[in-house]
Design a protein around this ligand. Structure first.
Ligand SMILES: [Zn+2]
Length: 110
């Protein structure tokens, strides 16, 4: 699931980094992620794989379809709220690419 360099892969890398930051601060996992957070990451990967926009996918923040189940969405929102600002310091390039993409999309929809 990490093979393609595509919008979905970018998005997946971003969420993977965020979940890892969140999990390490909250759950002190023995491995990279605790069981709950691995579940969430697998869920996110599965959603991305099935994303109807495919390679033309917008970032999930700007997406018009909210495809997550309410429970997963709440989980993902918590992770992003916590990890978003922290990601800037650990993965500045990834964060900047992501932010530019979000901004361009917003501009295009005006
Ligand atoms: Zn965790």
């Amino acid at each position: 699931m990490w093979r393609r360099k595509s919008p979905t892969e970018m998005e997946f890398n971003t969420i993977r980094v965020m979940i890892r930051i969140y999990c390490q601060q909250h759950h002190e996992p023995e491995n990279e992620l605790c069981a709950d957070c691995s579940d969430l990451l697998n869920y996110a990967a599965d959603r991305l794989d099935k994303c109807p926009f495919g390679e033309k996918k917008p970032t999930c923040e700007n997406c018009t379809i909210h495809c997550y189940q309410p429970f997963r969405r709440e989980q993902a929102r918590k992770v992003m709220r916590f990890a978003g600002p922290r990601m800037m310091w650990r993965h500045p390039i990834l964060t900047i690419i992501h932010l530019i993409k979000v901004r361009n999309e917003k501009r295009n929809t005006l």
